[in-house]
Design a protein around this ligand. Structure first.
Ligand SMILES: [Zn+2]
Length: 257
């Protein structure tokens, strides 16, 4: 299913913008199918990377990685720095490359951030379906909802069921860094389509997967890369039916409490 992406990249329109390297371990499909076994150590995944996101082995927390420091945000919502030998069940890391400024208007929600990103790409004649972007957004935000997850209640519990009782933390005002990736909208299965952000607060006391956010005053950068994914694993068909919006996308105001 990534053939079109890869062939588009061979023609490479990336010449206009230098690109870094984005690496993914694990598959979203396996994760949603209930396989939370660690696939790689934190060091192997994030060492030397600029930024990254992921989820810990056995869902011991949502993962945020920033310039070589990696935190897991477990069910109590308090980030803790993880050991290099700890394992991630899923991880995406951006390595190097040249960063480009990204202008994000105040008041942008996740869809607004995604639109700002796509505008920047299209100004460089790059289609968002042809690349993967690593993003970093630093500054102040409003109406932030961060979520984390608990360990599975039983072996093989599907991720969807776990996310149905995700643990949400809401902040009227929040200061910190959001990092993540914008994958093509058509990558459901191996990876998570669209824009996916994790956050860590400036005081390092809160973090997690970003469900809702509105930018106040931010500085943002983007790194572009070609898409390199492992072969689709057995059982990844299951992923086709995943409702990513429901599990990873914005939550309605009413549902936040
Ligand atoms: Zn996430």
């Amino acid at each position: 299913m990534f053939d079109h992406v890869l062939s588009a990249l061979k023609k490479s329109r990336l010449g206009a913008l230098e690109h870094g390297q984005v690496r993914q371990s694990g598959s979203a499909g396996s994760l949603f199918a209930g396989d939370f076994a660690g696939v790689l150590s934190v060091d192997a995944e994030f060492s030397g990377s600029r930024l990254g996101i992921g989820v810990m082995d056995n869902l011991e927390g949502e993962v945020v990685s920033l310039k070589g420091t990696t935190w897991a945000v477990p069910s109590d919502g308090k980030p803790r720095e993880v050991a290099g030998t700890d394992k991630v069940a899923f991880g995406i890391a951006a390595h190097g490359g040249i960063r480009h400024s990204l202008r994000i208007p105040a008041g942008s929600d996740i869809a607004g951030i995604s639109a700002a990103l796509d505008n920047t790409l299209s100004r460089h004649h790059i289609d968002h379906e042809d690349v993967v972007c690593a993003v970093e957004i630093v500054g102040s935000f409003e109406d932030v909802v961060l979520r984390t997850i608990h360990r599975p209640d039983y072996e093989g519990e599907p991720l969807g069921e776990i996310i149905d009782d995700e643990i949400r933390f809401s902040f009227a005002h929040w200061q910190g860094t959001l990092v993540g990736f914008r994958y093509p909208d058509a990558t459901a299965g191996m990876t998570i389509p669209g824009l996916h952000l994790h956050g860590i607060s400036e005081d390092r006391n809160s973090g997690g997967h970003v469900r809702n956010v509105a930018t106040t005053e931010v500085t943002a950068h983007v790194w572009l890369d070609d898409l390199v994914l492992e072969a689709e694993p057995e059982g990844s068909q299951k992923a086709v039916a995943i409702d990513f919006d429901r599990y990873e996308g914005p939550v309605s105001k009413n549902a936040q409490e």
